[in-house]
Design a protein. Structure first.
Length: 435
């Protein structure tokens, strides 16, 4: 049994562990057992050090230096542990990784040492100011509005975890003070003239690439531009698309030949009906030989219809192959720069997503039903009205806007004793009399 003594009325225990030459001391203070080593082998000196240690702890507890509640660091660890398990399969790995990054790089260094009750609306505002000053000092510009929004979302979810665990009574006010209504900016897209300029440039590059070894990539990019602008698929949806997910059909409602697409993306499995302009690019993609080394989903190295093209082995695509196994980002950006299409007039860079925005804008300009567009694009009517419909001039009906209220008829007052009549009204004829 270890040697053990008590001092200060049993509030502090001084003891020596077996095989240890130094005395230890412990005390229960602030709802937690606390212990330390006196680093002394003399019992009398150890008791003096233990007494001083206990009195210092009491002083720190009274001044608030010692937390008697859960800290933000503990709440953050609990939140991230829960988030990894609960959202498994529901959120992408990249998004979950970003939650860890926001917590560990920004939130914990600022809030980590604070007790949960100390995180007030004022502290959150101090955090916003701290992040602004930190970003300006490092990069010369403040963090983007969306960056701050995502960090506050992570902060809110962490505090909600503390509420669920009973560590916090209520959430503080996390709203942004002094915030005016944000400007609604439209998404970068290609106008009809710019879109024509783009696909003519990609078609020219497909027929005559600058280097012959990039002919397949150039042809793929040209068909990708036409396919995306006529289907409205998100870039990640297009890259997950396999040949077996697309069917050429004759649409009964319109009488046109279109594509029916089974889409797998961030909203799960959905369906899309294309414009007729997507049929021919898909037929070319299906008939085009591709390099055998391309990393396709479901690739079969012993697939039939394999042939040699010089020193490179080429093969026909299989039903389980990806339609667009590689995104030609550098080639797409190079063509945009050559045609002066890289940025729109607001300075927003155009990317592969701009082809989806182009599809939606074209459909609105042609007068398509906004609800049907939302269903076909697997989004909401609210998103389309907010980011697309607001800047499409064809959504404004001049006949409904330029309505003129008819002017009221003027009343002319006659002399006293005469009858009042309305302007432009014919004067009544005198009554007929008997002769």
């Amino acid at each position: 049994m270890p040697e053990q003594y008590t001092i200060l009325g049993g509030k502090v225990h001084v003891y020596k562990r077996p095989n240890s030459g130094c005395w230890q001391c412990s005390s229960y203070l602030g709802g937690k057992n606390r212990r330390t080593s006196t680093k002394e082998d003399s019992l009398s000196k150890a008791k003096e050090i233990a007494e001083d240690w206990y009195l210092q702890l009491r002083g720190k507890l009274r001044s608030g230096e010692i937390k008697t509640e859960k800290t933000f660091l503990e709440a953050s660890e609990q939140y991230l542990r829960e988030y990894d398990i609960i959202t498994q399969g529901e959120r992408s790995r990249i998004y979950v990784k970003c939650q860890h990054w926001r917590s560990q790089v920004h939130l914990v260094p600022f809030f980590g040492h604070m007790g949960l009750s100390e995180i007030t609306a004022g502290k959150v505002q101090d955090y916003r100011i701290h992040r602004h000053n930190e970003a300006v000092a490092k990069r010369g510009k403040p963090p983007a509005h969306n960056t701050m929004h995502q960090e506050i979302v992570t902060l809110r979810q962490t505090l909600k975890t503390a509420v669920r665990q009973g560590w916090l009574d209520h959430l503080p006010d996390l709203s942004e003070p002094y915030r005016s209504s944000p400007k609604i900016s439209h998404r970068a897209w290609f106008s009809p003239e710019e879109y024509k300029k783009l696909y003519e440039a990609t078609r020219k590059r497909a027929h005559a690439p600058k280097q012959a070894r990039f002919k397949w990539e150039s042809e793929q990019l040209h068909d990708y531009v036409l396919f995306s602008a006529n289907t409205g698929l998100r870039p990640d949806e297009a890259r997950r698309l396999q040949f077996r997910d697309v069917t050429i059909v004759a649409d009964e409602g319109s009488g046109q030949t279109i594509l029916e697409i089974e889409v797998r993306g961030k909203r799960g499995v959905g369906y899309c009906k294309s414009m007729t302009g997507a049929v021919r690019p898909f037929e070319r993609l299906k008939a085009r030989l591709r390099p055998a080394h391309v990393d396709d989903a479901g690739k079969d190295e012993n697939a039939p219809n394999t042939m040699k093209n010089g020193s490179e082995e080429m093969r026909l695509p299989q039903p389980t192959d990806l339609i667009f196994p590689k995104w030609q980002r550098e080639l797409f950006t190079a063509i945009l720069n050559e045609e002066n299409l890289r940025f729109d007039r607001e300075g927003q860079p155009r990317t592969a997503y701009s082809l989806r925005h182009t599809y939606i804008c074209f459909r609105l300009m042609e007068g398509a039903d906004i609800y049907q567009i939302a269903k076909n694009c697997r989004t909401s009517v609210e998103m389309i009205e907010k980011y697309y419909a607001a800047h499409i001039k064809t959504n404004l009906d001049a006949s409904a806007i330029n309505i003129m209220r008819p002017k009221p008829k003027k009343i002319i007052k006659n002399q006293p004793g005469t009858q009042t009549r309305t302007k432009n009204r014919p004067r009544p004829s005198p009554p007929e009399t008997d002769v």
